[in-house]
Design a binder for this molecule. Structure first.
Ligand SMILES: Cc1cc2nc3c(=O)[nH]c(=O)nc-3n(C[C@H](O)[C@H](O)[C@H](O)COP(=O)(O)OP(=O)(O)OC[C@H]3O[C@@H](n4cnc5c(N)ncnc54)[C@H](O)[C@@H]3O)c2cc1C
Length: 485
């Protein structure tokens, strides 16, 4: 990607046709028909449209022409049929917490909000699986299954919907132990562009039955279909859970401790890195007084003896890297405070500068390349004269540079984009990826091209087969020759 100061015009909504213009009459016709179907669950109110065109990132808002609030799989099917008949773009929406412009209505159209589809349909305690509607959030799901002694581990920090998490192939702090959405979704109910309802996957833990369409749809970011139901794996709540933080003399020591922990196969449930600047941000934001040095947040799950043994072994590792002590959080309320501080890392970084936005990077590299990649990036940040803390799910080799930029400072934004370009190049050279978890949206289209090269043609062919008119979340993941993309 060129380090241009603003996004290319083709990616901005400014050049999308305005409501009421002849070019949008087909969309207006779709909205009129949707109103007959859904009544006041169709909104064209500016505030509602704006809320649905703006994610949590630095990308500018791109509101849709209308937002519809879906109530069932059957209703989503009818909505898709109407939109397709009128060639209106469809943008599925969960909680809007994504970070790469994933929900931006780049070509206008109809945003389909699935947040109201939030029923937990069935919990199979013995098989440890659950079927939910797409709008159930991860916190809602965990509150629902807690009394069965079960939990759903994938934790992207934000209280995202299960449908949105499947659509972005989300992961998070617990992925080092429990995997990503790819590993935890067993099956899906999906509405295709033509409104057909398709069920993919089963409740079986494994299957060799034909193409793995479940995994094709996971991470497709609403460009291939609209997920209305998700079958998920659940896990037993561990008997013992302990969390701890420890601060290191240098970033190098902290990363070395991570790598050794992973190499020794210690089944840590969470191992998160925050550099010195992020610790300062967290202290200021959450009114804490942690040492402002490179820090690892840990969590250990198991039997009381198992969790203690893991903690002891990790204790030896960190001692070798110059750490005197763990600071323990054993009581649930202390653990919650610790993880809330971690989950607020993005907002804490943003609060470092009043009026700022955060350009968030998301590379993931093989663990052997992690130390070099993080240390070279820290040097690069300093040379770029940017305020940019580093946080990461480092046990997976995934880390984020939170580049805190003033939206009106074009020079600074140019330097930030150039830093991101170099970071992605560094990750790709090490055999890594431009996005470990946030997805491509439209913010990383050029990086995906660099990473996947000719494989993009295969993705285009799949897109063409499932969405021949290019109506499903157009302008995302890659550019294509079809009508809207
Ligand atoms: C503070 C913060 C921390 C975060 N940390 C992480 C992290 O650690 N790991 C991580 O993976 N992400 C993280 N994210 C990003 C975000 O939470 C995830 O991308 C999440 O999966 C988005 O879910 P959502 O429900 O908000 O989806 P939305 O933002 O509403 O949508 C995301 C994409 O999925 C599509 N979509 C939504 N619902 C459906 C559906 N039912 N069917 C088909 N397509 C659909 C949308 O069209 C869009 O392309 C973080 C975000 C914030 C704000």
């Amino acid at each position: 990607m060129n380090a241009a100061v603003i996004r290319p015009a083709a990616q901005n909504r400014d050049d999308a046709p305005a409501a009421g213009s002849p070019e949008t009459s087909h969309i207006e016709a779709a909205i009129a028909e949707l109103k007959v179907l859904l009544g006041d669950r169709v909104s064209t109110v500016a505030a509602v449209r704006e809320r649905h065109g703006q994610d949590e990132s630095w990308h500018p808002p791109h509101p849709p022409h209308a937002v519809v609030f879906a109530g069932s799989t059957d209703e989503v099917s009818r909505i898709a049929k109407i939109c397709t008949r009128h060639s209106a773009p469809m943008i599925p929406f969960g909680a809007g917490t994504s970070l790469e412009g994933n929900i931006a209505a780049l070509h206008g159209g109809v945003c389909i909000d699935l947040g109201g589809m939030n029923r937990v349909i069935e919990v199979n305690t013995q098989d440890m699986d659950v079927r939910v509607e797409a709008g159930v959030t991860r916190k809602q799901l965990n509150a629902h299954v807690k009394d069965s002694g079960l939990f759903f581990p994938v934790d992207p920090g934000a209280d995202a919907t299960i449908g949105g998490m499947a659509a972005t192939r989300a992961s998070g702090t617990t992925t080092v132990r429990y995997g990503t959405m790819r590993d935890n979704v067993l099956g899906l109910t999906v509405i295709l562009a033509d409104g057909n309802v398709v069920r993919v996957g089963t409740r079986a833990r494994k299957s060799a039955a034909g193409f793995d369409l479940t995994r094709l749809l996971i991470g497709s970011e609403g460009t291939l279909g609209i997920i209305t139901e998700v079958q998920l794996r659940l896990y037993s709540i561990p008997e013992a859970i302990t969390a701890a933080i420890c601060s290191f003399p240098t970033l190098e020591n902290a990363v070395a401790a991570v790598i050794q922990t992973i190499h020794m196969g210690i089944p840590v449930a969470r191992i998160e890195l925050l550099d010195a600047l992020e610790m300062r941000a967290v202290n200021l934001f959450s009114r804490l007084d942690y040492p402002e040095r490179p820090t690892l947040f840990f969590e250990f799950h198991g039997s009381p003896a198992g969790a203690a043994e893991q903690a002891e072994t990790v204790g030896e590792i960190v001692r070798d890297q110059g750490v005197a002590n763990f600071q323990w959080a054993i009581r649930p309320e202390d653990r919650n405070r610790l993880w809330e501080a971690r989950h607020n890392a993005l907002y804490a970084a943003r609060a470092l500068r009043a009026g700022a936005k955060v350009m968030i990077t998301d590379v993931c590299v093989p663990i052997s390349a992690l130390a070099r990649c993080i240390l070279d990036t820290r040097t690069d940040i300093d040379a770029s004269r940017l305020v940019a803390p580093i946080v990461g799910h480092v046990g997976d080799g995934n880390f984020h540079v939170l580049i805190v930029v003033m939206p009106d400072d074009t020079d600074e934004i140019g330097r930030a984009m150039a830093l991101n370009d170099r970071l992605v190049a560094r990750a790709l050279a090490a055999g890594g990826t431009c996005t470990g978890e946030h997805g491509v949206g439209y913010g990383k289209i050029d990086y995906l091209q660099q990473e996947q090269g000719e494989a993009i043609a295969l993705m285009r062919a799949i897109k063409q087969a499932l969405d021949p008119h290019g109506l499903m979340n157009p302008g995302k993941v890659f550019r294509s020759g079809t009508q809207l993309l």
